[in-house]
Design a protein around this ligand. Structure first.
Ligand code: NDP
Ligand code: MG
Length: 389
């Protein structure tokens, strides 16, 4: 029997994880969390009967306790409750579907408890990749990527066997990017685009924050940094190619020029399921890739002049230390301001760049330094907003 905890069970990744688990034999949902969506969490708790659930928002947790009083499900609350859920003794696998740096502390707790991590929450590695990867090694936690590009790379790397030759054999990682809804647009045509336009992703249905990140190409920037940590690759060997069809999920180029890629219809259920079943594979019904109808596969360069966030991410990653945290924190704040109609689409990149320019990097930050740098970046962006308006 496998026991799974789903952090962020009420989000896009969380809901799809439960759909995957429902179809698997010998797999049980042990713990579920939400920030405040208690109606959905109640339905999930009644259906999957986890031992524990956590509602981060305290008032919502109180309400859910009353609603679930007729069940055996224990309701935890707050950030301590989230850590308790992530460490849960009975679960062997934790799927991290929380959005943003809020996922860092519970993910680190699950890593330190030696769990298998199905990592969707990319902000964890972007902000604290050095700490998380070294703690995973120390505590014997396996990190299996759920992000589709990283799952593709993880699967493509299975083609090689000698760990001692890794650095020589693997030349580069090529992340594919759909390009988002504004691919091909010039900067001037992005003046005044609305959140409704930015939320229309051409190929994937995801949470609001990552969808906006896909439109600015910040998502690809965060994925570059995520890949650097996951696959121990210098950023000079992590490349990005725009591939509008989202069929080739990413590729690895080897020293003998062999390129190995993973292909499939765009569907997050495959990387989610693979993170649970790895190294085995399990049947998946529907959504089979049909080569005769998927149309031509195209590859183009990303326009980093218009979509500044991608180059800002490389810059932050090359500086290292707390700079990627500032990139991420400033971006989280800016995306939230954009979604609340407080700033323009193009101002997202502008305020992130301003925050990076103003930040004094700490080269080898502790977890506390990282959380402080995140708060600093958010405050900086809120301050910059007053100057803009
Ligand atoms: P969603 O916004 O759909 O879901 C986020 C989940 O996290 C919800 O359960 C939400 O609770 C919870 N949450 C939000 N804020 C907090 C907080 N402060 N503390 C604790 N929990 C919180 O996001 P996605 O599922 O789209 O994305 C989740 C992560 O996976 C992101 O890091 C994203 O980059 C990554 N990812 C997502 C993909 C996708 O297809 N969606 C693809 C690849 C990666 P509530 O419902 O109450 O708001
Ligand atoms: Mg991705």
């Amino acid at each position: 029997m496998r026991h799974i905890t789903v952090l962020g069970a009420t989000g896009s990744i969380g809901v799809q994880t439960l759909e995957v688990i429902e179809k698997m034999e010998g797999v049980r949902a042990e713990g579920l969390s939400t920030y405040s969506k208690i109606e959905l969490l109640e339905q999930q708790a009644r259906k999957f009967r986890p031992k524990k659930v956590c509602v981060v928002s305290e008032p919502h947790a109180k309400e859910l306790k009353i609603k679930l009083a007729d069940t055996e499900v224990k309701v935890l609350s707050g950030s301590e409750g989230l850590v308790e859920l992530a460490e849960g003794e009975k679960s062997d696998t934790v799927i991290t579907g929380i959005v943003g740096i809020a996922g860092l502390v519970p993910t680190l707790a699950a890593v330190r408890a030696g769990k298998r991590i199905g990592l969707a929450n990319k902000e964890t590695l972007v902000t604290a990749g050095d700490i998380v990867m070294s703690e995973a090694k120390r505590c014997g936690a396996q990190i299996i990527p759920v992000d589709s590009e990283h799952s593709a790379i993880f699967q493509s790397l299975a083609a090689r066997v000698n760990p001692k030759e890794y650095d020589r054999e693997v030349s580069e990682i090529i992340l594919t990017a759909s390009g988002g809804p504004f691919f091909g647009h010039a900067r001037e045509s992005l003046l005044g685009v609305t959140k409704e336009q930015a939320l229309k992703h051409p190929n994937w249905s995801m949470g609001a924050k990552i969808t906006i990140d896909s439109a600015t190409l910040m998502n690809k920037g965060l994925e570059v940094l995520e890949a650097g940590h996951l696959f121990s690759m210098p950023l000079s060997r992590v490349k990005v190619l725009v591939h509008r069809q989202s069929i080739v999920h990413s590729m690895v180029r080897f020293c003998d020029n062999a390129v190995i890629a993973q292909l499939g219809a765009p569907d997050m259920k495959l990387p989610i399921q693979y993170a649970i079943t790895y190294p085995a594979r399990m049947e998946m019904t529907g959504n089979e890739l049909d080569f005769l109808s998927c149309g031509p596969l195209t590859f183009e360069e990303a326009d980093t002049e218009t979509f500044r966030c991608l180059s800002l991410a490389y810059q932050a990653g090359n500086i290292g230390g707390t700079m990627p945290t500032v990139l991420n924190g400033a971006n989280e704040e800016a995306v939230s301001l954009f979604l609340n109609d407080k700033i323009e689409f193009l101002e997202i990149a502008e305020v992130v760049e301003q925050a990076m320019d103003a930040h004094k990097t700490i080269a080898s930050p502790s977890a506390r330094d990282i959380l402080e740098a995140d708060l600093w970046a958010r405050e900086y962006v809120r301050g910059a907003l007053h100057k803009i308006k």
